[in-house]
Write a protein that binds this ligand. Structure first.
Ligand code: PTJ
Length: 244
């Protein structure tokens, strides 16, 4: 990892990038691109957890606490950036964690599962025996006792096709995605538009307090509020830039 001066104004952001790069082949090439896209949307949010994100976190906690078979689906970016928080969340819910990759290879699955084991949980995913119908990508491969039989699935950094396939299978889907315009964000039942490592501790706290179910939660309306916040932020930044 290259040396990053601690007083760099974007120290945390640079450390996160280095972490992804240092993970080598455990991160898909496309995972680096996905991270950059996430960063761009996070700028528009002001790099903070917004009100709509807090509401989505509560709605997600309600779903997870009341699920019979909750599963957290974890990909390369999620595990490399947040394995300890994913493990903690899985323990407090409690839920199973399944390694499920878009760019699947035995080496990546084994390496990522090992990181989760080090974080204290035994993940599923290394021996898939279930196929998500209607999905051509490698992400269709999963475990019957995990994603296959889950009633609620948490999918951080999901791709749109699989999110739709999980919804078609009758699962309640919770997405974490900084892009409120993505197909995943619009297809999931609850979308937390927030940065993964920022919102996981909040989700753990909400689950620990056994958050009340947000029956009133409307994903479409909540996403519209997020986009409104982004527009307001751009409008308020613009005059500031003109003054410079
Ligand atoms: O590890 P694999 O093989 O399963 O591949 C994982 C990636 C991320 C490559 C795969 O799932 C993928 O291609 O995802 P997408 O379709 O690029 O979508 C990723 C979404 O996550 C984008 O909408 C990003 O804005 C968003 N995102 C990226 N980083 C973060 C994020 N959202 C929350 N927190 C982040 N740190």
């Amino acid at each position: 990892m290259g040396r990053i001066p601690k007083d760099h104004p974007r120290y945390q952001s640079l450390i996160t990038r280095e972490k992804l790069v240092a993970a080598g082949e455990l991160i898909a090439g496309a995972g680096l691109i996905a991270h950059g896209r996430g960063e761009a949307f996070d700028y528009l949010l002001g790099e903070r957890t917004t009100g709509p994100a807090h509401r989505a976190i509560n709605a997600a906690a309600g779903l997870l606490c009341n699920a019979k078979r909750p599963v957290i689906s974890a990909n390369g970016n999620t595990i490399v950036l947040a394995a300890p928080a994913i493990a903690e969340l899985a323990i407090v819910i409690p839920a199973r964690v399944e390694v499920n990759l878009f760019h699947r290879s035995p080496m990546r699955v084994a390496g990522l599962a090992a990181i989760l084991r080090k974080a204290g949980i035994e993940p599923l995913g290394e021996k898939p025996n279930f196929h998500i119908p209607g999905l051509a990508s490698e992400r269709a491969k999963c475990c019957r006792t995990g994603i296959g039989e889950a009633d609620v699935v948490l999918v951080p950094l999901e791709d749109g096709d699989r999110c739709q396939a999980l919804v078609n299978l009758g699962k309640q889907v919770i997405a974490i995605d900084l892009n409120p315009l993505s197909r995943t964000a619009r297809t999931a039942h609850v979308t937390i538009v927030d940065e993964l490592t920022r919102c996981l501790p909040l989700l753990i706290t909400a689950v620990s307090g056994k958050a009340s179910i947000e029956n009133e939660f409307d994903n479409e309306k909540n996403l519209a509020k997020v986009m409104k916040l982004m527009c307001v932020r751009l409008e308020t930044i613009q005059p500031m830039l003109k003054d410079e």
